[in-house]
Design a protein around this ligand. Structure first.
Ligand code: SF4
Ligand code: SF4
Length: 68
Protein backbone atom coordinates (compact mmCIF):
# COMPACT_ATOMS: atom_id res chain seq x y z
CA UNK A 1 0.00 0.00 0.00
CA UNK A 2 2.65 2.52 1.08
CA UNK A 3 4.74 1.94 -2.03
CA UNK A 4 1.98 3.31 -4.26
CA UNK A 5 1.87 6.73 -2.57
CA UNK A 6 3.55 9.48 -4.61
CA UNK A 7 3.27 12.36 -2.14
CA UNK A 8 4.21 13.12 1.45
CA UNK A 9 2.11 11.65 4.22
CA UNK A 10 2.08 11.89 8.02
CA UNK A 11 4.07 9.84 10.45
CA UNK A 12 3.14 9.82 14.14
CA UNK A 13 5.68 9.52 16.94
CA UNK A 14 3.79 7.11 19.17
CA UNK A 15 6.05 7.94 22.12
CA UNK A 16 4.96 11.59 22.00
CA UNK A 17 1.30 11.07 21.02
CA UNK A 18 -1.14 11.53 23.89
CA UNK A 19 -4.17 10.36 21.93
CA UNK A 20 -5.87 13.76 22.21
CA UNK A 21 -7.64 13.32 18.88
CA UNK A 22 -6.82 16.78 17.51
CA UNK A 23 -5.31 15.37 14.33
CA UNK A 24 -8.40 13.25 13.76
CA UNK A 25 -10.54 16.40 14.09
CA UNK A 26 -8.49 18.79 11.97
CA UNK A 27 -7.56 16.55 9.05
CA UNK A 28 -9.82 17.43 6.09
CA UNK A 29 -9.07 14.07 4.51
CA UNK A 30 -9.87 11.79 7.46
CA UNK A 31 -6.40 10.29 7.34
CA UNK A 32 -6.20 9.50 11.07
CA UNK A 33 -8.02 7.19 13.44
CA UNK A 34 -7.51 6.71 17.16
CA UNK A 35 -6.40 3.18 17.89
CA UNK A 36 -5.43 1.87 21.32
CA UNK A 37 -5.20 5.45 22.62
CA UNK A 38 -2.82 6.64 19.91
CA UNK A 39 -3.19 8.30 16.53
CA UNK A 40 -2.99 5.78 13.72
CA UNK A 41 -2.33 6.86 10.13
CA UNK A 42 -5.13 4.84 8.61
CA UNK A 43 -5.31 6.39 5.14
CA UNK A 44 -1.91 7.92 4.24
CA UNK A 45 -2.80 7.80 0.55
CA UNK A 46 -5.50 10.44 1.14
CA UNK A 47 -3.15 13.09 2.58
CA UNK A 48 -3.10 16.37 0.63
CA UNK A 49 -0.12 17.82 2.56
CA UNK A 50 -2.13 20.68 4.06
CA UNK A 51 -0.01 20.60 7.25
CA UNK A 52 -2.99 21.10 9.59
CA UNK A 53 -2.13 18.02 11.62
CA UNK A 54 1.51 19.02 11.97
CA UNK A 55 0.59 22.57 13.00
CA UNK A 56 -2.15 21.58 15.45
CA UNK A 57 -0.73 18.59 17.28
CA UNK A 58 -0.11 19.98 20.78
CA UNK A 59 2.94 17.81 21.40
CA UNK A 60 4.58 17.95 17.97
CA UNK A 61 4.17 14.25 17.35
CA UNK A 62 3.40 14.48 13.63
CA UNK A 63 5.65 15.13 10.68
CA UNK A 64 5.16 14.62 6.98
CA UNK A 65 7.56 12.17 5.40
CA UNK A 66 8.57 11.44 1.85
CA UNK A 67 6.95 8.47 0.13
CA UNK A 68 9.01 5.31 0.01
S1 SF4 B 1 -2.85 15.60 17.65
FE1 SF4 B 1 -0.84 14.73 18.21
S2 SF4 B 1 -1.07 14.05 20.31
FE2 SF4 B 1 -3.12 14.38 19.52
S3 SF4 B 1 -3.75 12.34 18.80
FE3 SF4 B 1 -2.86 13.44 17.06
S4 SF4 B 1 -0.68 12.83 17.03
FE4 SF4 B 1 -1.52 12.29 19.03
S1 SF4 C 1 -1.26 17.12 6.14
FE1 SF4 C 1 -3.45 17.66 6.08
S2 SF4 C 1 -4.37 16.08 4.79
FE2 SF4 C 1 -2.37 15.33 5.41
S3 SF4 C 1 -2.78 14.09 7.21
FE3 SF4 C 1 -2.24 16.16 7.91
S4 SF4 C 1 -4.17 17.25 8.14
FE4 SF4 C 1 -4.55 15.40 6.90
Amino acid sequence: MMASIDHKFPKVDKEKCTGCGTCVSVCPQNVFELKDGKSHVARPEDCVECMSCVENCPVGAIKLVEPR
